[in-house]
Write a protein that binds this ligand. Sequence first.
Ligand code: THU
Length: 116
Amino acid sequence: MAYAPYSGFRVGAALQLANGSIVTGANVENISYGLTICAERAAIVRAVATFGPELRITAVAIANLNHAPSPPCGACRQMLAEFTPPEIPVAFPAADGTRVLLFGDLLPLAFHMKHP
Ligand code: THU
């Protein structure tokens, strides 16, 4: 469902929540390029709007339609940190196929005040 007319890079993200739900998101670009929102952050915003601020993320999966590596960008890692503990698996397309890393390995020393 990505809206990516400028980059042509179509990304999807799926968040598994502690309540058992799966919430998906897609990247949505804008002609003012910096306003683009990534798939991961779109999914987070959707999850909070749907289930409220207490949600916890228990797994993350990322995909793209471009057969390219797409680990979550730095901004998305920081935003995931708000709702995702370090021991949670994150699956994403890498050069050597799908990789699964723990969130704490993707974003060590995350800045946060809620989830040490
Ligand atoms: N993109 C994502 O959706 N997630 C990321 O973590 C990195 C980049 C999107 C943003 C933009 O629409 C396109 O990929 C190319 O950067």
